[in-house]
Structures are given as structure tokens and as C-alpha cells.
Design a protein. Structure first.
Length: 316
């Protein structure tokens, strides 16, 4: 017969049975990646903020129009990543860079493609360098996610500058393992020691990945080691799938003017740059807006530089 004797007062009771104990537990929400966007062009800032904020795991916590604002925002918000333009009024991005890398990893995101600027940005601690027009929206998002983990990203122009600097480095190289790089090995295979090394003159065809510590400040580029054999899914072989501008069918002059619009110029500045009247500029812009299916400069610029959500799709 079952025992109906009551438990003594104060005796521990068995825990109630959980009918859902065998079901998978809901995943805990992960912390979103916090980003500061620094660019003096409000159109670019707005486009980047809209693009990044549309991802569930990314949050733009602040925008900045120059280097000083970027440093102040970084101190206040303690972001995980900073996207930084090079040329900005007041304090430029290169000047602000050493202060920012003490707080968070920095990715340069800019139109500036000069080799000396790329090299100086890397010397001052930048963890990546992306040139507008050489990456897709998805590749930008991947770079933001990857930089926090120490995976640096370089678009072709920046990668070319990096390789050029590595080849010009005058610092003595460490000795190679025995048997590698010795002239006797070359002559054994019939190679002449007087043969000049082939150095390609073109930039690499695809973006390059490097592993660097997120807060590292390399003294020279020889300290940055290539991450060989691994490539993220978003960066494919061949040239990166940059915005397909051919689908807009802009003329050469219209494309030139659209570049100037995206850089933040007003009609008067565009007219002076192109040596045409403001009326002619307005006529060009009206045709550009029609071809880009846009009603504002910001919308057209976002599509042109590839930060609009549908920038890489066909026209619908």
C-alpha cells in the first residue's frame, strides 16, 4: 500500500516537474555591435547609418562630422568599431586616428586612394581601409563585423598601396629557414641568380584580408601578417562586386557630376569644377535623378556609392 504519511513540517519538497524541460531553450539576445560613423558629408553619413542600422546585430550609436567629434563620440559611447573618413574640416581623420584606436578598432572608409595616405593610416593603427566604389553594401557590413575580431579588410586600391610599401621596406628581413631562398637552390633548378624579380604593376584583383589585433598600432607595415588561405564568404575572387553603375546608363558627364554630388558639392561648386553654368548643372541633375529613380540628392548618392538597401539590385 502507498505511504500516505505526511512529510514532517519543514521537510524539503521535491521540485515540480517542468513539462518543457526537453525543449530547446530560447537563445539569449546577443549584444549588438556599436558603431560610430565619422564623415563630413551628411549624405554619406545618412546612407551609412541607414545601411548599418538595418542589420539586426549592428547599432550606429553616434555620427561625427570631423575628427574631434569622432573622438568625443568614441569617448562618450565606447563603440566597438569606428568608421572614419580621411578628409574632414578641422581635425581630419588621419590626425584623429591615433586617439581613436586607443578606444576601438578603426576602419578607414573614404574616397582618398593615395598610396601615402593608405600607408600612413595603417602606420597609425587603422585596422582596415575601404575606398568608396570598390565594395558592396554586404562587404561593408562584413568588414564592420570582422574588424572587431581582428580581421582587417582592404579594397584593391588600399591593398595595392600596402603591397607596395611591403616591397619597399628597407628593414632587414629575418633569416629564412635553412634551405629556403638560397642561390644554390635556384641554380639547382636552372634559374639564373641575375634574373630580376617580377613585380606586378597592377593592383590586386580582389580585396585582401589580414589578421591584426583590434587595437594594434603597428610601427611599420612589416608587422601586419597576411591571413593566408582564409577568405570570408562575402569577398569573392575576382574584382569585388562594387555597385553596378552601368545599369543607371549615365553619360560620362552625368557620371562625373554624380561623383561630385556624392562627394558633397552643391550646384555652384559643381558648376565651377566642371566649367559649366549652374543651369546646365540643374539640367544634368534632373536627368540623373530620373535615371537613378531618385527624388533627392541623398537618395541618388546612396544608390551611386552603394549604401542604399537596393543599390546592387536590378531596377524594378
Amino acid at each position: 500500500m502507498p505511504d500516505h504519511t505526511p512529510h514532517p513540517t519543514g521537510a524539503p519538497q521535491p521540485p515540480p516537474h517542468d513539462p518543457f524541460a526537453d525543449l530547446p531553450q530560447p537563445a539569449r539576445p546577443t549584444r549588438r555591435l556599436r558603431v560610430v560613423v565619422a564623415d563630413d558629408n551628411p549624405v554619406v553619413r545618412a546612407g551609412l547609418t541607414a545601411l548599418l542600422s538595418g542589420r539586426a546585430d549592428i547599432e550606429v550609436v553616434a555620427e561625427a562630422a570631423d575628427g574631434r567629434q569622432a573622438v568625443e563620440a568614441a569617448h562618450q559611447h565606447r563603440p566597438d568599431v569606428v568608421l572614419l573618413d580621411v578628409r574632414m574640416p578641422g581635425v581630419d581623420g588621419i590626425s584623429a586616428l591615433p586617439y581613436l584606436v586607443r578606444i576601438a578598432p578603426v576602419v578607414m572608409l573614404t574616397y582618398s586612394r593615395e598610396s601615402e595616405i593608405v600607408q600612413e593610416a595603417l602606420r597609425r593603427g587603422a585596422g582596415g581601409y575601404l575606398v568608396h566604389g570598390e565594395f558592396t553594401a554586404d562587404q561593408l557590413v562584413e568588414a564592420v563585423r570582422g574588424i572587431k575580431e581582428g580581421r582587417a579588410h582592404f579594397t584593391p586600391t588600399a591593398a595595392g598601396a600596402l603591397l607596395a610599401q611591403l616591397r619597399q621596406d628597407r628593414a632587414p628581413a629575418p633569416p629564412l629557414p635553412e634551405g629556403l631562398g638560397q642561390s644554390s637552390s635556384a641554380t639547382a633548378y636552372g634559374l639564373s641568380t641575375s634574373t630580376q624579380s617580377y613585380i606586378p604593376t597592377q593592383q590586386p584583383a580582389s580585396p585582401v584580408h589580414f589578421n591584426t589585433a583590434p587595437h594594434s598600432s603597428p610601427e611599420n607595415l612589416s608587422q601586419v601578417q597576411p591571413h593566408v588561405g582564409q577568405s570570408s564568404s562575402g569577398w569573392t575572387s575576382g574584382r569585388p562586386a562594387a555597385p553596378d553603375r552601368s545599369r543607371f546608363q549615365l553619360s560620362t558627364r552625368e557620371a562625373e557630376i554624380m561623383d561630385l554630388i556624392a562627394s558633397g558639392m552643391n550646384n555652384q561648386q559643381i558648376a565651377a569644377t566642371c566649367f559649366i553654368s549652374e543651369k546646365t548643372v540643374k539640367n544634368h541633375i534632373n536627368r540623373i535623378f530620373a535615371k537613378l529613380h531618385s527624388t533627392s540628392r541623398s537618395e541618388a548618392a546612396a544608390k551611386w556609392i552603394g549604401t542604399a538597401p537596393d543599390a546592387h539590385r536590378g531596377r524594378g
